[in-house]
Design a protein around this ligand. Sequence first.
Ligand code: OVV
Length: 334
Amino acid sequence: MLQADEARRPAAGVPVSSIDPFSIDFFRDPHPVHEALREAGPVVWLEAYESYAAARHAEVREILGDPATFCSRRGVGLSDFQREAPWRPPSLVLERDPPEHDRARAVLNRALSATVMRSLRARFAEAAEALAAELALRGRFDAIADCAEVYPMMVLPDAVGLSKEGREHLLPYAATVFNMFGPDNELRRAALAQMAPHVEWVALQCKRETLASDGIGAMIHAAADEGEVTRQEAELLVRSLLSAGFDTTVHGVGAAMHCLARNPHQFAALKADPTKARAAFEEAVRLESPVQTFFRTTTRDVELGGTPIPEGAKVLMLLGAANRDPRKWPHADR
Ligand code: OVV
């Protein structure tokens, strides 16, 4: 059992940091702070949040590979669902651990299978060509507002089978979900203050009656017809697509454009050999980490990178820092 004051300070010798990885100032230029946290040690104590943090690749991998010890079901934000009620019913994939996670994940995997992706490919490619042609005509454009935020909206809502009305709720909803993972700061309070209409629209979109009969949403509901999940679970799985499918895609496309714009030689190499597109995208996602952080909660006393961590502790994985760990990649920033 966790002693109240045991959770409030780390074991002797654990590096302590006063850095706030959820402040606007930090987001402006996270890389020097990531480096400082990586170099401080394998595990760092974040004074501001009384939680542990891992910024190196090896420890982040260890955490991600051991869900029995570093669990998701107590929430992957700062809030511990065992102490505080979650702001929405927990996600069946994000906020669950094996084996429950795998049952829900299997339903999503089928709805997002290679076969389904192949059936979408022509439409997705046509939309990409049309947008690229239009942007090329303009000559100059904002890669985020005019491309990264536009393209997913051209293809994903139709693929899921959402109603035409109200799609402007999607990106604000996703931003809400991600800001709610953080501490009680300005960003989270702003998310809380404006979320109601987005939450309401998304809940309605998750219903079988609202979804088109030939989309990815309907495929998820078909698993409820088979008794594999309940109707309510099917709705929550559709909600996962609407929570995690849009904003991450915007940031993935945005990361790729950002990296190619800043590395003209790499852009030229890609144009010379377009078969490298997949590798280039993966590398952009490594460099910019569209999802920057998630927490886990310890289910037992454990040692991580030689640091003892008590049961019931929040451990922040700094995915963006781990993705640029020179211990893993000698030229991690390149
Ligand atoms: C990976 C991720 C991020 C945000 C939300 C969800 C998943 C979800 O399942 O709702």
